[in-house]
Design a protein around this ligand. Sequence first.
Ligand SMILES: Cc1ncc(COP(=O)(O)O)c(C=O)c1O
Length: 416
Amino acid sequence: MSVKNISLDTDYVKAQFPAFQDPLSSKWTFFENAGGSYVPKNVINHLNTFMTSTKVQPYADFDISKIAGENMDKATNLFAEIINADKDEIIVSASTTLNMYVLSNAIKGILSPGDEIIVTNQDHEANIGAWRRLEKDGYVIKEWKLNPINAELEIDSLKKLLTSKTKLVAVTHCSNIVGSVNNLKLISKIVHDHNAFIVGDGVSYAPHGFPDVKDLDIDFYTFSLYKTFGPHLGLLYGKKSILNKLPNQNHQFLEGEVPYTLNPGGPNHEELSCLIGIHEYFDNLYNHHFANKDISIRNKIEQVNNLIAKHEEIIANPLLDYLDTRKDIRLIGKNKIKNKNRAPTVAFIFDNKSSKEVSNELIKRGIATRNDNFYAWRCLKALGIDTVDGVIRISMVHYNTSEDVNKLIYALKEIY
Ligand SMILES: Cc1ncc(COP(=O)(O)O)c(C=O)c1O
């Protein structure tokens, strides 16, 4: 089924998110979604239920403890299906930064000093710093530099860095500043042809469409659930065959208990359990728009992904057009979204105004945004942008509308 003739029902979408009815949040036109998104009522309900009825240590033999454990397992299983992984290939911990840190410590155990690791300067620091730390242990760190003219990571530049000593490439699926979607499937193929591992950061990609990790053929993939309509957690996917080889980072007696070997401390129980609500929300979204109910969770996700992508393209392109035509604004990244080549995460700077000043003017007009380097300070440095004042970032998700964008464009015209 194609989404050609179906449009996202944004009234329905907004009705699922209590923030749009809340007196404090509903006054904002919210454009800071790449920082953290709102949550649908299903997530809040599951969190409340867990805290009210089953807030005990899970997996004991009395009913409330059993239910707590069952819901935690259910959430893990659902998320495995959502991203086309197996349930023992998923780790849910506090954040992506933490997941990368633990993963890099584990991977260190199966590499040898002198091995080469490639990181980019387009990534958020979470997928750079964890790998750069390994330099002190004798690993050689190389940098895949973005093209400073168009801000893109180019495949030819990667190819020049790969050698027989390359053991790992860490790269973002989508930059939280540039917004471009990097061709992770192609990059995976190139990296695997060199017998190296690939680690993808999907934090800025996943809010716009949950990935199919098997289709990407990626070895490790991370994203932050608090940006995909959930609580403050990070999800790490790892291929089982590789997880099995990684040294245990958890208690000694948990040796061999993959994937818990990569999750010291375990998950936050109530937050893990409320991920069921993200699945319910996406399932409801599917059922609201599509007739064929008899398809797999992953297939439903793909339909919803396409619906969301179509909507995001429609709302974000007028903003990109507007920014691109202004002579006093430097837009970072592509000036049009086409075929999911870019996320609606739009960063820009003014030639003659500080980003802080512009951001404050927008906030005065009810537009929630911010200026920052958003922890992608190497990216900003490479683009010659002040890393303290940073960029103004307008980041949208599918509950944003054309009215939101019109209000923003109107405000920008009014201010300057
Ligand atoms: C692209 C990207 N990667 C990684 C992270 C780090 O995620 P976390 O806050 O879960 O550590 C962020 C956070 O903003 C991000 O935008």
